[in-house]
Each structure stands twice: as C-alpha cells, then as structure tokens.
Write a protein that binds this ligand. Structure first.
Ligand code: HEC
Length: 157
C-alpha cells in the first residue's frame, strides 16, 4: 500500500514537472519562430554549419554540380540524358533550418520541379529550358537562402 501511494505521488510530481516545463518552453518557442522567419532568408548550411551539412544541403551541392555538368554538355552540343540527371527530391530532405518548410517553399519547389522536367521534354531547346530551370533555382534562393546566389547566377548559358 505504501509503495502504491509513493508511486502515485511520484507520478503526480513527474506530471507537474513535465507540465511546468512545457509551459515555460512555449513562449520561447514562439519567439524563436518569429525570429527565424526573419532569418530564413539566409537559412543556408554553408553559413550556419559548414562542417555538418544536413541532407538538404548535400542534395543542393549535388544539384549545383549537376547543373555545372549539364551546362558543359549543352555547350559541347551534347544531348542531356534524364537518366544521368534524375530529379533530386530535395524538398523531402531535412534542411538546416526547418522553418524553411513552409507553403511558399513547397510552391517554389513545385515550380522548380516543373522547370526541371520541362528541360528533358525539349531536347531541341536545351539551352532555353536549362536557363529557365536555373531561373527557378534563383527564384527560390531569393526567398530562402541568398548565400549561394552568387554561384547560381554563374550557371546560366
Ligand atoms: C524551393 C527552394 C530551392 C530551390 C528550387 C533550389 N534551392 Fe538551393 N537551397 C535551398 C535551401 C533552403 C538551401 C539550404 C539547405 C540547407 O542548408 O539545408 C539551399 C542550399 C543550396 C546551396 C548551398 C549548399 C551548401 O553547401 O550548404 C547551393 C549551392 C544551392 N542551394 C544551389 C541550388 C541550385 C543550383 C539549384 C537549382 C538547380 C537550387 N539550389 C534550387 C532552396 C532551394
């Protein structure tokens, strides 16, 4: 019986403790959210944590490398093969700053995906559609991660 009472008291104490913790953290989390919506313009792994990149940052590096390689191929007059450049679903990967995952980001990602698919649908106008695809990179980066813009702006042909 004593043990039982003790267990109940412990249970209540733990409950109280958890509640007070979550009450305390709420306003802080809200403040943090407001702050990081402002920060999200520069939500880049390169700036925040260059040595421990998140999956989305790694995918972006691959996308930038692929764009370099596509540009070289187009300049050599070679056809782009969609099997060599599969679409990278970066928007399902974990980003450095989770606050970027808002409706506007997913809308920009959707427009980018359309531009990317269009490139492979127009083998006779690769240059035009490649440049449009890069413009879709820029359109998102102007909102979410301005750091790499300098590099991305060198990608059009
Ligand atoms: C829908 C938005 C969006 C699109 C489209 C997009 N990016 Fe990004 N990019 C981001 C975000 C957000 C990050 C920050 C990722 C992170 O830190 O986890 C990022 C990071 C990067 C980085 C820095 C990676 C690093 O080293 O930390 C490069 C380079 C980059 N993007 C290039 C590109 C290129 C090239 C394209 C087009 C082929 C592109 N991005 C399309 C949102 C986008």
């Amino acid at each position: 019986m004593k043990k039982f009472l003790l267990a109940i008291i412990l249970f209540l104490l733990v409950g109280l403790f958890i509640q007070s913790c979550s009450n305390e953290q709420k306003p802080k989390a809200e403040a943090k959210e407001a702050q990081s919506t402002q920060d999200s313009i520069d939500a880049c792994a390169t700036i925040k944590d260059p040595n421990n990149p998140k999956p989305m940052a790694l995918m972006m590096r691959q996308m930038a490398a692929n764009a370099d390689s596509m540009k070289a191929k187009i300049n050599r007059g070679e056809a782009l093969d969609s099997l060599q450049y599969p679409f990278i679903r970066f928007f399902v990967a974990e980003p450095t700053d989770p606050h970027v995952l808002e409706p506007n980001f997913f809308e920009k990602a959707r427009l980018f995906q359309t531009a990317y698919k269009d490139l492979f649908k127009h083998p006779k106008e690769q240059k035009k559609y490649y440049n449009l695809m890069i413009q879709a990179c820029v359109n998102c980066h102007q909102n979410y991660c301005s750091g790499p813009l300098k590099r991305i702006r060198k990608l059009p042909i």
